[in-house]
Design a protein around this ligand. Structure first.
Ligand SMILES: [Zn+2]
Length: 117
């Protein structure tokens, strides 16, 4: 290749031109691998299902449990993901709350029914 400063032919791998001392080649920055975003889909699903189950738990108690399970799985696998891991934790908390609330409601309903009947 040729020196950009003086135009003389220099070694292909030369870092500095031996004739004029100008920088011949700009050092190539070490290739950094493109950061891959791996979204924790299970965490998102767990969070959404838990959130929905908070409102619909009376009709779909199973939704609370599904949300809880999805969030737990999402949390266990969180090291594999780089994004949305917080949602798995939030989903777990919501899932526990939702399951507890609706379990209490159903126990209360069951107890009341048992007393009436
Ligand atoms: Zn030169």
């Amino acid at each position: 290749m040729f020196c950009k400063n003086c135009g003389r032919e220099i070694d292909e791998h030369a870092y500095v031109c031996p004739y004029c001392g100008a920088l011949a080649a700009t050092p190539v920055p070490a290739e950094s691998p493109a950061p891959t975003t791996r979204v924790n889909g299970l965490g998102i699903a767990g969070f959404v299902v838990s959130l929905v189950s908070l409102g619909l738990g009376y009709f779909f108690v199973i939704a609370s449990i599904v949300g809880l399970v999805l969030s737990i799985v999402g949390m266990c696998l969180r090291k594999k993901y780089t994004s949305c891991n917080g949602l798995a934790v939030a989903g777990l908390v919501l899932g526990i709350i939702s399951t507890l609330i609706w379990a209490i409601v159903w126990i209360a309903v069951g107890t009341t029914l048992a007393l009436i009947l």
